[in-house]
Ligand binder design. Structure first.
Ligand code: DHB
Ligand code: MG
Length: 615
């Protein structure tokens, strides 16, 4: 598949965008006129730079408001177009995007529009240029791709074809299946954009909220499948207008974009397996990935060893041992949960979740796939005889390791700590329920795609949680059997209220148990101060769920929070925060599948009070 990316997706200068696109591995770019206009480089220099980088200039865009106009205006449009064609000749670009008229359309007649496109096509042909007509979702008379196609068919000109943009089609809810009926040679260009489902006007949605395939809610696999079935074999280009991407590091965004296309190619290829082959795009496969079956370990890196291990003890963990060759590393164990504590940092370095080990069927293949998806491998050293751990960096820098599932035994690496070889089946804590990871706002979408593509987790619908420092966007990534749940949070960026958010937003490890009351009592006995929950919460809870007084009293006594849905109940408590990490202990009753979202604002408010002197 020929991969391309519109320069509008990326931050920086046109030259920086081109370098980043080439370095990420794209075959070509769409040159956005605005990027060229503001560049001091002459079109010939851009052409040479592209050639030197091995980058095709696949499209020049946009040409606006060409058709459905009165004759006198059309004369001016032809003149305007001719100047662009000359410019494109200097650039060496042969396809120009013409988007449906949004500003000057006055004649709502397909014949007129087709005639004007035909005349434009004649002029384009004189300059060796082809026109790709695109229906903008908010076009005055042409806002759907089938209508655009009828006009292109009426124009019946070899230099006039269609540009299909997934956003304009899927945002309006048009059925994309008729794409299959379009003659492949009439599809001149394809643009892909995903987006979260939002209820807003389509223009603002398009200009601010597009994301790379796999980062939103559209069925991109279905969309690309239609193109394959149509026999399309041209460039597949990313065209993402996104406020965060415009501010993010250009290289990261380019890599994120290419990852989205590699993932989409692989997924589409799999979706089409079994259909009669007509894959002129030549979709490339990735090494397969199975969903993770669970957490092998969580690594906490901390300069505050004493406080961290005290907290672990209060939660019921016991020291499993010290690593035989890594002097500053120890492991704490409770039943099937293993927490590696890495003290190889300075005292005032932040305490953080540094690494997560996921149990996968085939760690070698998982690593190979992650590297093909442009993830950066974690460099690691081990002594002879020690286990080799395979891992890559997640977008936020967390190390993600692929670990072999040990079955019912303990993993082999525990031997390096001299830890017991048998699981304790009687432990109160029965597993990792979920791990909540904070994401820098500008890399949030990248994180969603990373966990989707590298670990085969699926994104659940996003939610906003109100907190004293702002709204926290939260989206759960999970495996289909929920053995792995990974809520991603994007924290408010600024810290106008003081030091609460600041550089870091707390992440947490939630532990599953079958008796949260016993776990809370044990923690208290061992000196843990649970995150305090206000009286007002319990009064509200009692009326919200019609709970009896004695039950609410028992929750309040232990600072337990409660939630309920049609499937079951959820009881949980939080510890205080160490650096950027705190713990939660949860008990799920019945089939409750949520995370106590209604209680998250209570937690955020309590944490905020704790870190603010006035209380
Ligand atoms: O928002 C726009 O104007 C615009 C321009 C060109 C495109 O290809 C597009 O999809 C949208
Ligand atoms: Mg477009």
């Amino acid at each position: 598949m020929r991969t391309s990316i519109a320069t509008v997706c990326l931050s920086g200068t046109l030259e920086e965008k081109m370098h980043a696109a080439a370095a990420a591995g794209f075959d070509g770019i769409e040159v956005f006129e605005q990027d060229l206009v503001v560049s001091p480089s002459a079109p010939e220099q851009i052409r040479d730079l592209a050639a030197g980088l091995g980058l095709g200039l696949d499209l020049y865009q946009p040409f606006r408001d060409a058709e459905a106009v009165r004759p006198e205006r059309f004369v001016a449009n032809l003149k305007r177009a001719e100047a662009k064609f000359r410019l494109m000749n200097r650039l060496g670009t042969t396809t120009m995007l013409v988007c449906s008229n949004v500003a000057t359309a006055e004649i709502d007649e397909d014949e007129v529009m087709a005639g004007q496109l035909r005349a434009l096509g004649d002029l384009a042909a004189d300059h060796g240029v082809r026109l790709a007509y695109e229906a903008l979702a908010w076009g005055t008379f042409v806002d759907d791709f089938e209508h655009a196609q009828r006009i292109v068919d009426l124009a019946d000109h070899p230099h006039v074809g269609t540009c299909l943009d997934s956003f304009h089609i899927l945002s309006r809810g048009w059925d994309p299946a008729p794409i299959e009926a379009i003659a492949a040679e009439k599809i001149f260009f394809v643009q892909l954009a995903d987006a979260p489902l939002l209820h807003m006007d389509v223009l603002s949605w398009s200009r601010h909220h597009r994301v790379f395939p796999g980062e939103g809610d559209f069925d991109m696999v279905g969309f690309l499948s239609h193109l394959v079935r149509a026999g399309y074999d041209g460039p597949v280009s990313l065209e993402i207008f996104n406020d965060a991407f415009r501010q993010a590091d250009v290289h990261r965004t380019a890599v994120d974009g290419l990852r989205s296309l590699r993932w989409l190619e692989d997924r589409t290829r799999r979706a089409l397996a079994g259909e009669p082959a007509r894959d002129r795009l030549q979709l490339q496969p990735l090494p397969p990935v199975e969903e993770p079956e669970g957490y092998d370990f969580v690594e906490i890196r901390t300069g505050r060893l004493g406080e961290t291990t005290r907290l672990l003890h209060q939660l019921g963990f016991a020291l499993g041992g010290h690593h035989q060759s890594k002097e500053h590393v120890q492991v704490w164990v409770q039943g099937p949960v293993r927490i590696v504590v890495n003290n190889d940092v300075a005292l005032d370095d932040p305490t953080e979740v540094a690494a997560l080990g996921f149990e996968v069927a085939d760690p070698d293949t998982a690593l190979e796939r992650a590297i093909r998806l442009a993830a950066r491998p974690v460099p690691r050293t081990q002594e002879p005889g020690e286990q080799v751990l395979r891992g890559v960096f997640a977008p936020d820098g967390t190390e993600i390791f692929f670990c072999r599932r040990p079955g019912n035994a303990v993993p082999a690496w525990l031997g390096e700590f001299g830890a017991d070889e048998e699981l304790d089946p009687t432990s109160l804590i029965t597993g990792v329920d979920h791990i909540n990871m904070a994401q820098p706002w500008q890399h949030y979408d990248e994180a969603v795609l990373f966990y989707t593509s590298v670990l085969a987790l699926a994104a659940q619908p996003a939610q906003d949680v109100p907190g004293p420092s702002g709204l926290v966007r939260s989206q759960v990534m999970r495996s289909s059997d929920a053995a792995v749940r990974l809520p991603l949070n994007v924290a408010p960026a600024a810290a106008e209220q003081g030091s609460f958010v600041g550089a870091a937003y707390p992440e947490h490890v939630a532990l599953a148990c079958t008796d949260v009351v016993a776990a809370a009592r044990r923690a208290r006995r061992r000196g843990l101060e649970l995150l305090p929950v206000p009286q007002n919460y319990y009064e509200d809870l009692a009326t919200r769920f019609d709970l009896d007084e004695a039950f609410v009293g028992s929750l309040q006594e232990l600072d337990l929070l409660y939630d309920r849905d049609a499937q079951g109940e959820f009881l949980h408590f939080y510890t205080g925060t160490l650096g950027t990490v705190f713990f939660e202990v949860v008990e799920r009753r019945g089939g409750y599948a949520g995370f106590g979202a209604p209680n998250a604002p209570v937690r955020l408010a309590a944490q905020y009070r704790r870190t603010h002197a006035q209380g």
